[in-house]
Design a protein around this ligand. Structure first.
Ligand SMILES: Nc1ncnc2c1ncn2[C@@H]1O[C@H](COP(=O)(O)OP(=O)(O)OP(=O)(O)O)[C@@H](O)[C@H]1O
Length: 755
């Protein structure tokens, strides 16, 4: 068959499959409409049944059973509707571009041709028209070169002869490109995908996943999967593809609610929000580290990483660095535990439990209970025993108070209907002591806030406990007086409901340790993007909070913007040490995909080990460096460059070192309506000219980037390297560096003409 005939044949098949997809969508729409009507009917029925008169005691049991049954029917109907809706979404995702790959294999002497797309499509007789890209056999498409290859199946490894691998680019059901290849996924299609202009949302990369990325996506063996990947190497893309893969691979036990992604900021959360739905999956839960911490320390304002970075930019004394580095180590958290355990005679710091304005349990009473517990027990055990004693005392109080006059008076005041309702709701059988049982129930409701306070350990004061430990910690990093001043300043901060980031993590860790709370065993996977921003203490805290979760940690040591001013830790070694008892797999990604070869080559020349970074062979214009003589010229030039770029590109980002500089730039653009100053509160990125500090642009990409004032004053030495590198690597197609007066010495090695 000639090339043209082959293409014709393939095109014919695309049309056939497209018709099948349309037909299935039509059917799915009908089924969904039917299911929706059915759910409506059941819901209405349920509404009527719950209104059944519960006043007549004889009817109560029957009503309860019937309500339960109706409830179940409603939830089944809703679940059925959800499944139908998700199937329809998957079919819709196949519309216009039903598949992107084909493999021809010989297995056990039998020839087979398989087409690969974002989800499975079967004929009415069960024949597979499209294989899901996550199916075990589809792994061959991404991994194998032609010849003898294998893939894992539930029954062991299957061996096949891979005869052909074909890639398609199908748009609106027309084949735009078609290649036979021996590689993972050849350059041509990748070239064309990467040349596209920036979109508001990150796209899925199923059609062009590369070999190394595939290893990350399909790993199911590691406890900790650590990825060191250069800028633009597809770490974030790999996370999302991996989530989709895991949801498919473990579909009977895993759902999106059991996966959490720690993301760098809210803009990023929005930016990645479309990938999973485009693959027919629900998004996982997302949280920033600060949200995670703040949620657990209600009423306290915890300093954000960005606020701290801004403060560090202004002033970062040597002693602060020493103390901070210590507090960020896993060693520090272990010391907190050790000191706690070794102070057997110390009474934990407790708080009164206040009820209706008065102490219900005083801290003195709680301390006495704690002190009475056998000191041979561990601190968490003594704490738990104290808590149990308090709960028992509360129960006894409920029992004792039930005959009190005020309680009886409250019951007398109940209407017959309310009285009956309590009986029904609590399944209280008719008996002589019905009134006492109701009194107890009434008291349980009344004292529920106390019970909650006990369950949530509100009677323990982790802040004072932390200060106590710091006071008892022997350190030789700084002088005693500096250490004391540091403790006093935490104390004052707590008084005003403020906390530094590393103290917040330490307090949470300590509280979890003593109260054995704050642990979520349901979460099966934790993903952390931009891992270079995290400290070992934070990682230790997160991993203890989710003991059953596997960790996928992705980052780039060269993009260490937020902590490079004081930290010089080898992250990979640190993580291996922290998780020494777990199976840690490290994968390195050196190929950068985001930027043109010119931009990547320019950016990598900033790095001491830049040779490791491999640029992708996509051609573009050389980065431009512009140096201006004074401030007036500078802003005139900057505005002109931004305007010119904006004529050619959808998004032009002017990236600055910090918020103050972003604001300063923005004031010079106040006459331009197309310019937006992006702040930490933004949820999405508009088109046009954007001005933002680099830390808010973490993980994002723009068509054109302008590095603001990369001068010798603003970027004087190696400590600014990571920031500058990150700025340059946000650019997909165009990079311009602007500087006032003298260019930063960091750019000495770059091979671009300065004008
Ligand atoms: N296999 C691939 N096929 C197509 N596009 C890809 C592939 N891998 C990466 N890309 C594209 O490269 C760009 C960078 O990817 P991504 O943001 O995932 O990289 P990253 O490693 O997280 O980057 P950074 O650390 O710089 O934020 C994105 O536009 C992504 O779509």
């Amino acid at each position: 068959m000639t090339v043209n005939e082959t293409r014709e044949e393939e095109q014919k098949r695309v049309y056939q499959i497209a018709d099948k997809v349309d037909e299935k969508i039509e059917r799915a729409t009908e089924n969904l409409a039917k299911a929706h009507t059915e759910t409506g009917k059941i819901e209405r029925n349920y509404g009527e049944n719950t209104k059944v008169n519960t006043f007549e005691v004889d009817d109560q049991m029957e009503t309860n059973a019937s309500v339960q049954q109706q409830k179940q029917l409603v939830s089944l109907a809703v679940e059925n509707e959800n499944i139908l809706e998700s199937n329809k979404l998957k079919l819709e995702n196949l519309q216009g571009s039903p598949y992107f790959g084909r493999i021809d294999i010989v297995e056990d002497g039998e020839e087979d041709t398989l087409y690969i797309g974002t989800s499975t499509l079967q004929d009415d007789d069960g024949e597979f028209l499209i294989y899901d890209w996550r199916a075990p056999v589809s792994g061959i498409y991404y991994n194998g070169t032609l010849g003898n290859v294998s893939y894992p199946t539930p029954n062991g490894t299957a061996k096949v002869d891979l005869k052909k691998k074909r890639q398609f680019q199908i748009v609106k059901n027309e084949i735009k490109n078609m290649f036979d290849t021996n590689e993972t996924v050849g350059d041509e299609i990748l070239q064309s995908v990467l040349s596209e202009y920036n979109d508001e949302y990150l796209k899925n990369i199923v059609a062009t996943i590369q070999h190394e990325q595939n290893t990350i996506i399909r790993d199911t063996k590691s406890d900790v999967l650590l990825v060191q990947g250069v800028a633009g190497s597809g770490k974030t893309s790999a996370i999302l593809q991996r989530v989709a893969y895991l949801l498919y691979h473990s579909r009977s036990t895993l759902d999106a609610d059991k996966i959490i992604l720690f993301s760098p900021n809210r803009l990023f959360s929005n930016y990645i929000s479309e990938v999973l739905p485009s693959l027919g999956e629900r998004n996982m839960r997302q949280v920033t580290l600060n949200e995670f911490i703040s949620l657990r320390l209600t009423g306290i304002q915890v300093e954000t990483m960005f606020e701290r970075y801004e403060k560090d930019e202004r002033n970062l004394p040597e002693t602060t660095i020493k103390i901070r580095l210590f507090k960020e180590s896993s060693d520090f958290l272990n010391k907190l535990e050790e000191i706690e355990q070794s102070n057997k005679d110390h009474t934990l710091f407790f708080e009164d439990i206040i009820f209706e304005g008065k102490p219900f349990f005083t801290k003195k009473e709680i301390s006495e209970i704690y002190d009475s517990k056998n000191k041979a027990y561990s601190i968490p055990d003594r704490f738990l025993k104290t808590k149990n004693t308090l709960i028992n005392r509360l129960k006894k109080r409920i029992h004792d108070d039930r005959d009190e006059d005020w309680v009886q008076a409250e019951i007398d005041n109940l209407s017959d209907e309310d009285f009956q309702q309590i009986i029904t709701d609590n399944n209280i059988e008719e008996s002589t002591n019905q009134r006492s049982i109701i009194a107890e129930k009434f008291l349980r409701d009344r004292y529920a806030p106390i019970y909650n306070a006990l369950i949530n350990n509100y009677f323990f004061d982790p802040y004072k406990e932390y200060l106590f430990i710091l006071n008892n910690l022997k350190q030789n990093l700084v002088s005693d007086s500096i250490w004391k001043t540091m403790i006093e300043s935490i104390d004052q901060n707590v008084e005003t409901h403020n906390l530094g980031l590393s103290d917040a993590v330490a307090i949470l860790y300590l509280r979890n340790f003593i109260t054995e709370s704050g642990i979520n065993r349901n979460i099966q996977h934790i993903f952390i993007d931009e891992i270079q921003d995290y400290t070992m203490a934070q990682l230790q805290y997160i991993s203890k909070s989710f003991p059953n979760a596997k960790l996928t940690l992705l980052g780039d040591k060269a993009q260490d913007i937020l902590t490079s001013s004081y930290r010089n830790k080898d992250l990979i070694t640190g993580i291996h040490e922290l998780f020494e008892n777990k199976k840690v797999t490290t994968i390195t990604l050196n190929q950068s995909y985001r930027s043109t070869a010119e931009i990547t080559n320019f950016a990598k020349s900033l790095l001491p080990n830049g040779d490791e970074v491999k640029s992708f062979s996509r051609k573009g214009e050389d980065p431009v460096i512009k140096v201006f003589n004074d401030e007036g010229d500078y802003y005139k030039g900057l505005k002109q460059i931004a305007r010119e770029l904006n004529q050619r590109y959808g998004t032009v980002a002017i990236l600055t070192r910090n918020q103050a500089q972003a604001e300063q730039v923005y004031t010079h653009f106040s006459d331009e309506s197309l310019v937006t100053l992006v702040t930490a509160d933004f949820r999405s990125i508009p088109k046009g000219i954007l001005v933002l500090p680099i830390y808010l642009a973490k993980g994002l990409e723009f068509d054109a980037v302008i590095g603001h004032n990369i001068s010798s004053e603003n970027y004087p030495d190696a400590r600014s390297r990571d920031t500058l590198y990150t700025i340059c690597t946000r650019a997909m197609h165009s990079l311009t560096i602007c500087a006032e007066k003298e260019l930063s010495p960091l750019l000495n090695k770059t091979k671009t003409t300065v004008s």
